[in-house]
Design a protein around this ligand. Sequence first.
Ligand SMILES: C[S@@+](CC[C@H](N)C(=O)[O-])C[C@H]1O[C@@H](n2cnc3c(N)ncnc32)[C@H](O)[C@@H]1O
Length: 254
Amino acid sequence: MQWWQCLYDIRFKEGWREPEEVTRSQVDFLEAALGLTKETSVLDLACGSGRHLIELAHRGYQDLTGIDYSSLLISEATTLSQKHQLRITLSQGDMRDFDLGRKFGCVTLLDVSFGYFDEGDNEKVIGQVARHLRTGGLVVFHLFNPHNLAGLLGRKWIPWNGEFLLMETAFDPVEAIVAFHTIVVSKGEPRRHPTQKIRVYSLRELVAMASKAGLDLVRVYGSSVEPRPHLNGFDTQSREMVCVFQGRQRSEGT
Ligand SMILES: C[S@@+](CC[C@H](N)C(=O)[O-])C[C@H]1O[C@@H](n2cnc3c(N)ncnc32)[C@H](O)[C@@H]1O
């Protein structure tokens, strides 16, 4: 089994949740950076338990769709949306290979939901994004800043639902892969999680891949939680690399 098939279920079962205020400010950012309106159709790829879609639905967005590989997380998102009587279309699926039979005004890949596979499969994800995007529609890739990995690397102790998580992060500069090795340390036996391995793309690499799929770079931001995008530049100090691409007019048959 690959790490991405089970790690997020394990984290969810062990109680990991993003703080709600982070989700709210990320949605503030998306609205400001993309100029979303309540009518914009949004596809959140790798939506997890749907935290961004649920926030958008609370704000009055009408046409929301989410896909995630994890049946557990999709079922949690479905339960939450039903509880709050929100209309969100959710389904289990693989971001490399899915067909929703329609196009969207906006596609999001949030919280580093890209770079999980080999080069060919990462390209397939971009192809699927482009296929589901309207001409002129916008895509957001919310990624690590490849020029500022130093803050991620090394050992960190993280409080983990009454226990502690020891995270050791390393970067392989030959493969351009960041690996997160994690162990939960508790009173009982320590539990090792599957190692998360994420291919880190430079902006130029990503622009080249996206361009092949018919997506053109519009803007890059340095953070996804700053609601004033014009103050939110991307440089070597930024924590994140948040890239906005636009769908190019496609010629017949592509
Ligand atoms: C870092 S989490 C981000 C979740 C969500 N975007 C958020 O911000 O809360 C990455 C998500 O990618 C999903 N995922 C992993 N591999 C996938 C695949 N092949 N197809 C679709 N989703 C996948 C995981 O189940 C997980 O929910």
